[in-house]
Design a binder for this molecule. Sequence first.
Ligand SMILES: [Zn+2]
Length: 399
Amino acid sequence: MRLFFVFCIFLNSICLAQDIQPKIALYNQKIKQFLLLNPRDTVSVQVNEKGLFFKKKLLMDWDSLQKIENQYLNKIKQQQARLLLQQFSIIPAKPLLGWRIALDPGHFAGDLQTAKIEGKYLEMMLSDSTKIEFWESHLAWATAKLLQERLENAGATVMITRSRPEYTAFESTFKTKYQEYLQRHYGSESLIRQSIKSKKTRMPLPQNTFFQVFFKRDELRKRVEKINAFKPDLTLIMHYNVDEKNTGWDKTVSKNFSMAFVGGAFELEDLKEESLDDFVRLMCTQDTEKSVLLAQKVLHFHQKDAKVPIVPLKNDQDYLQEKCLYTGVQGVYARNLLLARAIEGVVCYGESLLQDSEQEIRRLNEKTLKVDDIYTSPRISEIADAYFKGIMSYCQNHP
Ligand SMILES: [Zn+2]
């Protein structure tokens, strides 16, 4: 009897071990395909029946991985139930009823001076003396606003990470945030001087350094926090690119292309703290695969309707070769960008076109389209349409 009991336990553990083998294989395949930038690092980072290991150190045990996967599966069940409920009451004009969509327009400058601090502007004179002056933040914000309107008309519930063209994700301007920093700085300085009776004053950081050292990262984290609190089904992050090889951006280039990023492409040093949590979440869920599908559809309409070619696999942009993993879909790359990896759910980080392209620059420089309080380029309406059609196509055939 005792022998039979031991045999049963033995058999049971073999069966269990066999059950989890396909899952282990899937995790390891995902690590290789999307998550580790360097394929040779897959020797160091591996999953087995005990959990996720880095070299011989256990990073996360098997039960914790399963807990994350089960939470994800529950979330998907709830999402499907919500969308199914809407389908019964669906009106043909509201095909996106029930969908929650977050829009994140990149950067935050409301004027050229702030755009220069961000390093996200174009200012040049063309050969026919046309003066070029525009900045990415306005283009991205107006694209998001137009897209928001189209999505809401189709029934979606939409949130946007910054409500005004000159606002950061903190819902105030960069100038206001810098003033607050100065007040805090002088406040703490006077306390220090009183306590040590020193007359020396530490100078506050200039705006550019404050932006680079503190603000940039804090503001991106605020975007992540707001989006995750909203619990979206889809997140679209909107940017406009420049040609990496055109440094100085004081002349135009003949190329033009779009691309999109999804989370992934971690390096070994990223496998700690919250980055590790993101790595594990991406490994245990279908978020990356679905994000690639959404990005594919968004880029398809950039090419078909907005006439922006998708970046070819063979290209001269070094960051695509050095910092990204090709996902197997033209123009879509896994990249370890905070927003692409830390936002939970399906995420498409779009780079719609090259602003310094000779095919785009004059159109982007036109400021004839009024979007809320600003005048911007009518070209961005075509880009908002491409996003809209991509989202519609994804939602109507969603996995
Ligand atoms: Zn950008």
